[in-house]
Design a protein. Structure first.
Length: 133
């Protein structure tokens, strides 16, 4: 009676199979790996956050992680979902040390550094500080 034309359905099936194997399946696999990485973290692991901060895991809670931010070792509380990956910070530090940076010269006592937000400088206060030295 009514026959189904498989030539019309076949392209749709092929597109669905393509999306599953080349888009959905790899994405699910990646999400599973990230979830395992976040659950298997332990204190002392070196990480990088999604924002690009390097740190060391200090303490781990159910949903939050306390990290020590490098290089000053300030502590910060972040969510586990903010951790992008576990890295070896030593490699990153070595890479930045190889870069050539212009060395800043030390300022003499006579030079004054002014914050860009403030236009006026209290000259009397400056003179008093110079006299103390």
């Amino acid at each position: 009676m009514f026959g189904i034309d498989f030539t019309l359905i076949l392209p749709l099936v092929l597109v669905l199979v393509f999306f599953y194997f080349f888009i959905l399946r790899p994405q699910q696999k990646q999400q599973k790996e990230v979830k395992e990485m976040r659950t298997n973290m332990k204190p002392g692991d070196e990480i990088i956050t999604i924002g690009g901060f390097y740190g060391i895991v200090y303490a781990i809670g159910e949903e939050n992680v306390t990290i020590e931010l490098l290089p000053d070792f300030n502590k910060a509380l972040i969510t586990k979902s903010a951790i992008a990956r576990i890295v070896n910070v030593g490699d990153a530090v070595a890479a930045t040390e190889e870069d050539d940076f212009e060395e800043l010269e030390d300022l003499d006592n006579e030079e004054t550094v002014v914050d860009a937000e403030f236009e006026e400088i209290d000259e009397e206060k400056e003179k008093a500080e110079k006299d103390k030295k």
